[in-house]
Design a protein around this ligand. Structure first.
Ligand SMILES: [Zn+2]
Length: 476
């Protein structure tokens, strides 16, 4: 799968590799890059704490590892994001998101996806990507000259002591690597006792999810490219049939009870969107978003996008505990003084700043608001990106949309969680949803995650469990 979400709103992170010695070998360099990437991933997505689910991931991982000869053990992490994804980075780091678990149907599907990721690790795809794509770019040497990365080259790289853009480090693997991870991965899955055909069903679920929920989600990911997914499924099936594997008629369903209560969708601690109102329950503020703008929340960072995709709002919380003046001073130093202006004003009798930047490159206007959160040292950063310059009137209008709340102002906010339901009688998706009082919207999620394409599809009972997405209230 793809290494990192590379949606348009992804902020550019820089990872300092902290490499100090030129005696480091390629392997230790990989470890360092893996560790740096881990720090970035943790900051970006957060770790979802759930011991039983993490145990499940580790158990599946160990089952696969038992059929491999590994120098170092693999490290597994569960990420707190609703985006269904799994990825592997240098140094043997394998990440699975809770969003992925919510849409998977069985342990076999999880086993196949993890086998794919572990194959990226065992085949050193990260190192190979570094060698042919990233290091040549950094050192300005054509990739085909390097061929194999030697220790002196690592030394040179280390001595440069540069910050690597993280998305470059975790850059996507080539199609060739993906195909290798698919083929070698399903063989590993089969050898480890998982149904190797489950990779195809997992790919189908992902495709359904992407097509149904968000056509732009993971737009750069090959999963979004339907013909390519079909092609992948077709070569996988061809390979498995050639190997003499037969698809198992019914899934084992053992994963599912462990997932009971798993949060599905955005974790409410990072903010809740209610129609056009965004509420941050932890930092107690709220603001109104223009109607029809599309929100996206990734661990504290919120993005709103206008329909025409020419206007954006980014919101994040600065918890660095630096004073607002110091932040502005640092920001001013970073920016070219000729194309930005700084405005200081007061809001709710506290000082705040607006940095106005006119970008000559893309013709957009950036307005960055730094606002203190009353009673806290944290600072809200609202970045408005417009194709037209903001007038003072419009700036004022933006501020009017922002309010600070009291604990008592918080009403109940809702989050979705996975509910496991064993079924014994064949019923249609619609009937079962009605019986369990699943809201209409969630019926749709339900039949997609269960692989049905219509609300009238009849579910197959037998010994399996079915997964539902249910509404649960969260009392804040
Ligand atoms: Zn992959």
């Amino acid at each position: 799968m793809k290494p990192l979400n590379s949606n348009f709103y992804s902020f550019i992170f820089c990872v300092c590799t902290f490499l100090t010695s030129n005696l480091l070998t390629a392997q230790t360099t990989e470890q360092h890059i893996g560790e740096s990437t881990y720090q970035m991933v943790k900051k970006r997505y957060g770790i979802y704490t759930n011991d039983s689910i993490l145990s499940l991931i580790k158990k599946v991982g160990k089952k696969l590892e038992n059929n491999l000869v590994l120098k170092d053990s693999i490290k597994y992490f569960l990420l707190d994001t609703h985006e269904p994804n799994a990825f592997a980075t240098a140094g043997g780091y394998v990440y699975v998101t809770r969003g992925l678990l919510a849409i998977l149907g069985t342990e076999d599907e999880l086993g196949c996806i993890m086998a794919h990721e572990i194959t990226h690790v065992t085949k050193h795809h990260s190192r190979k990507t570094l060698e042919v794509k990233i290091i040549p770019a950094i050192l300005d040497i054509p990739g085909n000259i390097i061929g194999e990365l030697t220790d002196p080259l690592y030394g040179k790289l280390i001595n440069l002591n540069i910050d690597y853009p993280a998305e470059t480090i975790a850059a996507g693997f080539s199609r060739k690597h993906e195909r290798e991870a698919d083929i070698v991965g399903v063989d590993l899955a089969a050898k480890s006792g998982f149904d190797p055909f489950a990779l195809a069903s997992a790919l189908n679920r992902l495709t359904n999810y992407i097509l149904y929920f968000d056509s732009t989600f993971m737009e750069k990911d090959i999963f979004n490219d339907h013909p390519i997914t079909e092609k992948r499924i077709s070569y996988l099936k061809h390979h498995l049939v050639k190997r003499g594997y037969l698809p198992t008629p019914f899934t084992k369903g053992t994963t599912l009870p462990t997932l009971n209560g798993l949060i599905y969708g955005i974790n409410p601690i990072y903010g809740v969107v209610n129609k056009n109102q965004y509420v941050h329950p932890k930092h107690l503020f709220s603001f109104l978003i223009p109607e029809s703008w599309r929100p996206s929340i990734v661990q504290g960072d919120v993005t709103y996008e206008s329909m025409d995709k020419r206007q954006y709002i980014f919101q994040s919380i600065d918890t660095s505990k630096k004073s607002i003046d110091l932040l502005i001073e640092q920001m001013s130093k970073k920016l070219n003084s000729t194309n930005f202006t700084l405005v200081k004003d007061t809001f709710h009798s506290s000082p705040f700043y607006v940095i106005k930047i006119n970008s000559a490159i893309n013709g957009l206007f950036y307005n960055i608001f730094y606002l203190p959160i009353p009673g806290k040292k944290d600072i809200i950063r609202l970045t408005y990106v417009y194709s037209v310059e903001l007038t003072p009137f419009k700036t004022n209008e933006i501020l009017q949309k922002l309010t600070f709340l009291q604990e008592k102002d918080l009403k109940k906010y809702y989050y979705h969680s996975v509910k496991i339901q064993p079924i014994t009688i064949a019923k249609s998706v619609g009937e079962l949803s009605d019986e369990l009082k699943i809201a209409d919207k969630n019926k749709e999620i339900f039949y997609l995650i269960n692989g049905c394409t219509s609300i009238n599809d009849v579910l197959t009972p037998k010994e399996g469990f079915m997964k539902f997405i249910s509404n649960s209230s969260l009392g804040i």
